[in-house]
Each structure stands twice: as structure tokens, then as C-alpha cells.
Design a protein around this ligand. Sequence first.
Ligand code: NCD
Length: 314
Amino acid sequence: MVHPIKGDFFNKCIVSIDQFDKDDILILFKLASDYKFSFEKGEVFEDLKGKLLTVLFYEPSSRTFGSFIAAMERLGGQVIPIQGVSFSSVVKGETLEDTIRTFASYSDAIALRHSEDGAAVKAANISPIPIINAGDGTGEHPTQALLDLFTINDHLGRMESIHIAMIGDLKYGRTVHSLSKLLSLFPNITISFVAPVASPMPVEIVDLIKKRGVVINQRSKIEEVLEDVDVLYMTRIQKERMDKKTYESMKNAFILIGELANRMKKDSIIMHPLPRVGEITTDVDDNPRAVYLKHQMRNGMFVRMALLKLILLK
Ligand code: NCD
């Protein structure tokens, strides 16, 4: 079942960022920082020795799939990796519920990626072991939001008083849904949404975060926000979630090139959940503001290590 964390992660399903409050974030990030610090010094961990995580991915992924596996194994745990369900009983018509029950009888938790919104809640409602939502359709991607905020804090040294621009497919991109809600827990947040007209941030999310005090700007070009923001968060157009015509109409809508990146504030950062498909040109990669390749992904492993530890051990 899905419950607020309220300081106690043990045995909980993580399906939405709505389960977290500020204190939960502080607990998680403290442990993630400790792991990061010790890991970078060469420490080897055995905290999750004897624990088994099923990493069950119904949608293509390499990064998040690998990140959950790395997190579990870096803590001495083990994984059942299932990717490409075309080789599994799912093609015989097995329901999600039955697949979850199956792997719940072998393992201690399941990281689930699925193409349907709400799949993680559905799984959590029947699972006897914790479900971690690793992305459900156009819904949420809570662990990505957590690693994104961890990275922001790592570079800016704060989680409040931030102006972030979210750029790209804000309707179908689940990472920005979770990240907007997560940021709204903190004071003095401004979010500038820059999206194609056909793919805006869902109105329920805009209303919710506005109620929590987030200042929202709707803009139509990167150039309109570039020089003002602390964080530029680029996303890809979610080709697989729309028809071909819609995709063609927005595919090159926003592209960050080196020359634009150079105009950003000195201490600002450029993020992307990846994969990118052309919306950040490679000449941006060596810009000191670019954290997507060098830091953001690696932080994902530390945040997932901390989350797995807190869920699996009392
Ligand atoms: C994102 C996802 O799957 O939602 N990728 C990821 O997990 N790092 C972003 C995307 O696919 O565009």
C-alpha cells in the first residue's frame, strides 16, 4: 500500500513524490551524501548483503535499469534483472499483478518501470513487498526527482530560493512532474515552464504547486529564461507517447547550444535526465555548468543506494 514516509522508510512502497515531506528528504540525502563520500574514498559496503531486488522493466531503459542494479550491488545486495519483457510470461498474457506476485515470492523489493500511468500504484496495492516506481508512463518518476534535487543541492548548496526552467515535453515527461512537486516543498521557488503549445505542464500539477507558493512563469523560448535561472532542466520530446504528426511538429522545438549555455549565470547548472536526442548539442558537454553527464547520473546511484537501504533495513 502507499503511505506517507513520515520519517520511516522501512517496508514502504515508493510510488509518488507526494509521499515525501521535507524531513524525509533530509534523512535520505544525509545517507546518500554519506555513501557518496565513503564510496569516493574507496569504501566497500555490505549493508544489503542477503537482500534481493527484482528490477522489472516493461519499458526500454539502460540508465535507470543499470542505476538500480549498481545501487543494490554496491551495497552487497543482489538483483533479478528483467528487461525486455518480450522474453517473459507477459507475452503469454500474464497480468501485471501476477508478475508482481511471482517476483514478490522470490525477492525483498521490486523496482518497476511500466508504460502505463498508475501501474506502480496498481502493483503497490497488491504487493506484499515494497514497490519502487522507476517511471510509470507519463505519470511520475520519483527516484529521478530525488536524484535531481540531490544534484541541485550538491551544486547550489541549497534547496530553497531557486529559479529553475523546465524545458521540453512537459506534458508527457514524467521526470518534470515529480521534480516540480518535489521542489514545491521548499520556500521561494520559481519555475519557468518552456514547452511546446501542444505539450504543457499538466494543469493539476501547476495548480497544486501554485497553491504551495511556487511562482510560475510560462515562456516560449529558452532565450527568455536563460540568463535568469539557477537551473536549466532540459528534457526530450517523448516520441513514443504521441502520434507521429505531433512528434514532427515539436521535435526540434528547443535546442540548447554552446553559445546559449555560455550566456547563463556563472554558478548556474544545466541538467537533463537523459537520454538526450539532440536537445543539448555536444559542445555544451564541456561547459562547466553541465552536470548531466558528469554528476547527475552518478548521484542517482547514491540516492538509490540510500533509498534501498532505508526501505530494506529497519
Ligand atoms: C527519463 C524517463 O525514463 O522518464 N529517463 C530516465 O529515467 N533517466 C527521461 C526520458 O525518458 O526522457
